[in-house]
Design a protein around this ligand. Structure first.
Ligand code: SAM
Length: 285
């Protein structure tokens, strides 16, 4: 059977089901086999793996996931796609199709029940309107996940991967890098999708750490410092924290920065994750 990555097959499927793309669900389907093979290889799939695919669409990437993993579960919000998926995935007996909103789906139960609590892999061409809640939800929930390999808006991929002192560095970079090591596996132009998105895309792989790269006494407090620092990124760290409602005085911040050997005039965008952790530990004690 010809795969859906062949644009002609996707066009025939649209016609066969009279399928209307739903903008509100971020529906841009992949029609490029080369890009799909990059995603599959970045995810480092083996025949032992259980994969969760978020938003399978017509099942284009799912066809490859089924061939490269032990078991695949796809979670799709659009009920119009469910009968189509049963058709396009009928050759595979290792896939389960779930009609649900991924933000409400119990991934921890899936890992427990279908993979004996061992880490799963998450693969997706994500609906861009909910990229951050999906990724941060997965990371913060600490569900056993080995890696998350996803297509996202290029700009978001750059922010996830950015380091201190760059324009893309921000709260998202630090949040992601606290849980995982990001790696951009491919840049993907709009003509690899149907319909074409209005933005460039990139495949990013997040390899989750077994233990966070920094030790911090109060993670919640550290992330509140990080958010406050980047809310007013052109101001000094000290002003951003005080204006951002962090319950510390400018003197306490200045003393903490001095003890870290950092200028009291520094901006948050220049601090590394381990410096934010150190600052957080000093200020919360
Ligand atoms: N994986 C397919 C592909 O690459 O051709 C489709 C990718 S498309 C960018 C995003 C998919 O996510 C769509 O099928 C859309 O209906 C689905 N989706 C959107 N919001 C969702 C949600 N909250 N939960 C589950 N699926 C969702």
């Amino acid at each position: 059977m010809e795969k859906l990555s062949n644009p002609q097959v996707t066009i025939e499927t649209i016609k066969k089901y009279d399928f209307a793309f739903q903008k509100k669900f971020g529906q841009n389907f992949l029609i490029d086999e080369h890009v799909i093979s990059k995603i599959i290889s970045a995810a480092e799939l083996t025949k032992d793996d259980m994969v969760l695919e978020i938003g399978p669409g017509f099942g284009t990437m799912t066809q490859y996931l089924c061939e490269n993993a032990r078991e695949v579960v796809v979670v799709e919000i659009d009920k119009e796609l469910i009968p189509i998926l049963h058709d396009t995935l009928s050759p595979y007996d290792n896939v389960t199709i779930v009609n649900e909103d991924i933000l409400k789906y119990d991934i921890a139960a899936l890992v427990r029940e279908k993979n004996g609590g061992r880490p799963i892999k998450v693969v997706a061409n994500l609906p861009y309107y909910i990229t951050t809640p999906i990724i941060m939800g997965l990371l913060e929930s600490r569900v056993p996940v080995d890696n998350i390999t996803v297509m996202v808006q290029k700009e978001v991929a750059l922010r996830m991967q950015a380091g201190p002192g760059t324009k893309d560095y921000g709260a998202l970079s630090l949040a992601v890098q606290f849980y995982a090591k990001p790696y951009i596996a491919a840049n993907v132009p709009p003509n690899c999708f149907i319909p074409r998105p209005g933005v460039g895309s990139a495949v990013i792989r997040l390899k989750l750490f077994e233990n966070p790269p920094v030790n911090v006494k109060d993670e919640k407090f550290m992330f509140s410092l990080i958010r406050a620092s980047f809310n007013q990124r052109r101001k000094t760290l000290s002003n951003s924290l005080v204006n951002g409602g962090i319950p510390v005085t400018k003197t306490q911040i200045a003393d903490a920065l001095k003890s870290m050997g950092v200028s009291t005039e520094i901006r948050g965008e220049a601090l590394t994750l381990s410096q934010f952790a150190e600052l957080s530990d000093i200020l919360c004690s």
